[in-house]
Design a protein around this ligand. Structure first.
Ligand SMILES: Nc1ncnc2c1ncn2[C@@H]1O[C@H](COP(=O)(O)OP(=O)(O)OP(=O)(O)O)[C@@H](O)[C@H]1O
Length: 254
């Protein structure tokens, strides 16, 4: 069963004086429930735009996007916001955490928005997530008092607080050093193991090598895809997967 489907998805930006730049060209994409898909490709090929349009964060110029059987491209803004709040989690390179709130309050904010009456269970869930991502001791800290990697963990907790069906990430490890990036990837892989669908834009082959399927975008189209199969940590074959992926990307001219 597909959790997310795009058909004929196109996106144009106006580039001044009435001219339009077509950034996505009739994208066809189906993402299965529980799948982990990475999006790669050269800078400017439309990866982030694909993520924002397919998640309903940005409007589309043509086509359809269906999430859990509902066509999100035709929903009113309020309905769409509700669907996003409950069904989707987002992690970005720039984390958009609120500076005047501590780590815990940043994490629980979307849950309060979704359901104000469950204060106790929301706090419990936040504590659980902070423990799982290794930031339990930092709950009271101001977000200006933690490292980039710790902030990214908080962003992951926030993205997961409403138990979304799908987690979207735009370069979630892009701003981190390689150790912190590796740790964040482990957390994302664990989230996938628990059944959450994942769609990540990344330039990092180590990150993409953990996906089941890698899409290669070129000039607004999905030019090709590479199936790596499910990543099982116990097989200890990440290096081999990365090598296979790198060879494929080189072949694609990346
Ligand atoms: N809000 C916008 N208005 C106009 N053009 C935009 C806008 N956002 C993106 N673009 C253009 O759309 C194209 C695709 O951008 P996008 O950010 O999706 O690419 P990308 O593959 O994610 O790139 P990168 O790897 O550099 O992040 C680029 O040419 C970009 O300049």
């Amino acid at each position: 069963m597909y959790i997310l489907e795009a058909s004929g998805l196109s996106k144009a930006y106006s580039s001044g004086q009435g001219a339009k730049q077509l950034v996505l060209r009739e994208i066809q994409l189906q993402i299965a429930q529980g799948e982990f898909v990475a999006v790669m490709g050269p800078s400017g090929s439309g990866k982030s735009t694909l993520l924002y349009t397919i998640s309903g964060m940005d409007g589309i110029s043509a086509g359809r996007v269906v999430f859990k059987g509902r066509e999100i491209s035709s929903l009113a803004e309020e309905e769409l916001a509700k669907l996003r709040l409950h069904g989707m989690g987002f992690i970005f390179q720039q984390m958009h955490l609120l500076k005047n709130l501590n780590i815990r309050d940043n994490i629980i904010l979307p849950a309060y928005r979704a359901n104000k009456n469950r204060r106790g269970s929301i706090n419990k869930k936040a504590a659980e997530l902070m423990k799982r991502t290794g930031i339990a001791a930092l709950a009271e800290r101001d977000i200006t008092q933690v490292s980039g990697g710790q902030m990214q963990r908080a962003a992951i907790c926030r993205a997961l607080i409403n138990e979304p069906d799908i987690l979207f990430g735009d370069e979630p490890t892009g701003a981190l050093n390689s150790k912190a990036a590796g740790e964040i990837m482990e957390i994302i892989a664990e989230i996938h193991q628990t059944g959450t669908t994942i769609l990540l834009v990344t330039h990092d082959t180590k990150v993409a090598a953990q996906a089941e399927r890698v899409l290669y975008m070129l000039d607004g189209s999905i030019a090709a895809e590479h199936r790596l199969g499910r990543y099982e940590k116990r097989n200890n074959d990440l290096k081999a997967r990365e090598e296979k992926l790198t060879a494929w990307l080189m072949n694609m001219g990346f």
